[in-house]
Ligand binder design. Sequence first.
Ligand code: GDD
Ligand code: MN
Length: 371
Amino acid sequence: MSERYNLSVIIPTFNEEENIAAIIGAVNDVCSKNGIQAEILVVDDNSNDRTIPIVQDIVRRCENVRLIVRMNDHGLSQSVVDGFRAARSDILLVIDADFSHPPELIPRFYEAIRGGADIAIGSRYMKGGDIEEWPIKRRIISLGATAFGRVLFPEITDPVSGFFAVRREVVDRAPLAPRGYKILMEVLGKGRWRSFVEIPFVFRDRAEGESKLRLETMLDYLRQCCGIIWFSVTHRTGPVWTEWTKILRFGVVGLSGIFVNMGLLYVLTEVAGLYYLVSAAFAIETSIVNNFIWNDLWTFNSGGRLRFTRRLHRFVSFQVVSMGGLAINMLILYLLVEVGGIYYLIANLAGIFAAFAWNFMVNRHFTWKNV
Ligand code: GDD
Ligand code: MN
């Protein structure tokens, strides 16, 4: 690697004639004020406005600025990947051209990586982060995309952020797919990393020009998520795999609970001669205890000689969440049958699925938060 630069700032552009000169100036300013030797890589998808000549003019004056004009395979993620490959320093940072990402924060990303983090992520959804002036429709779309992303990366509040920095080794040999809008998800799913930090920032909507988000983009996103899941399943490493192992184990434990529940219901009713609703209450509670034990020892692997009070605390939490799951299951069953006119056994499948999602999410984030 070149000794000259200690940071590569990658700016993907498509028709940014109103912003590009100003953002390059701002990045240069903040870096030189903070003693960072930064190179700037503008990766343009052959814009048909004045972006290219404007950057060419800057390149003539500033030797740390480079322009890559891409002629085919148009796309934001592809452009960022090309930027990674062309970069000449060990820390890579991606920032939008339209001032949605405040360049003043660049030194914090830089220091985070120098301080040992493999990835530094600008987050709109953690304390201190926000989004200014987004129409409600965009907010909902973004929240949906983020929620989906968080299923894959539950520790990260903003896995679809476009403002982030990575250590070079993280992406060096990663098979980053050339499609998809959310390059950070790709890096998180396929890159080699252990530690990350999030840095809150306020996302400002572009003052100039139009955003390029469309339905196609969303379909690309779903495809990308599937690709990441597939990668994690075939490679069996990384954070997504760890998470999916938990989901699978939680599901297996849930199935064991159904057997305990049914078995006990049968035995207590037929053999012990109890009234079936009384047996059911015992059966349900026993299956909750069964599920707790397996989840505590296996799914979330809290291991070893743990303090009894902690475990009891988790059990109470699990119990409450399970009752909530039961209520959700019954409510959905009732609504689908009574309002939707759906056959009750089918309706119950939807209820079980919803309860499973609820149980997993809430227990994952509360009951076993600290293990
Ligand atoms: N090279 C290239 N090719 N650049 C592109 C392309 C493309 O096809 N499409 C957009 N860009 C550039 C824009 O010029 C801008 O610098 C940046 O990528 C972001 O594009 P916007 O169109 O402004 O994106 P946005 O505001 O909708 O999306 C932002 O929010 C997302 C999170 O919700 C971006 O910051 C995304 O990076 C981010 O993931
Ligand atoms: Mn934007």
